[in-house]
Write a protein that binds this ligand. Sequence first.
Ligand code: G4P
Length: 194
Amino acid sequence: MQSLENKILLEGQVLSDEILKVDSFLNHQVDPFLMREIGEEFARRFKDEAITKVLTIESSGIAPATMAALQLGVPLVFARKKKSLTMADQYYKAEVFSFTKRETTLIAVGKPFLNADDHVLIIDDFLANGQAAEGLIDVVQQAGAHVVGIGIVIEKAFQDGGTRLRQSGFRVESLARIASLQDGAISFVKKEKV
Ligand code: G4P
């Protein structure tokens, strides 16, 4: 998605060879016009999949996922991050380990919000090692629902989450795919000619 790549080049800050800071439009301040475009693009890519729900994880997934849900005309559900769970049997839950933060988080979705007949589009802001996406897939499968695909705003293609998810058979659509952040320079995966 060209406007997203332009925004990343203009406003993204390379913090290290592995971390891209995009606080000005995605992770802290949110650019609603860009989010609307992102939602439209996800909806365009997944429009034939009879999606009934969009699922993301708090907090930065909520903005792009809401816009996608709006365009698809379905509810958005976001997994909550919990330290511990009271009334645990009322939630589908999974443990997500973050390589970036070196910590494990419990994510939880209330059982009334996912049903066995749901066709779920998972959306997240970043795809790095894929732990968050795998936790969300786990939650959907606990509900007996179907994962239609995974929509990612920014995939760091030099980390292995995208490869693993695709090899497991999931359709992963990333709107920007970063090939490298080495030496402070952002480069994107070259698009295949069709
Ligand atoms: P993974 O899910 O793909 O394995 O990623 P990882 O655990 O490594 O990422 C942990 C958190 O850091 C996630 O946000 C993820 O979105 C974010 N993240 C990973 N790589 C980058 C990066 O290069 N830049 C930025 N800006 N974020 C990155 P989170 O903890 O869930 O935070 P939030 O959603 O509350 O903002």
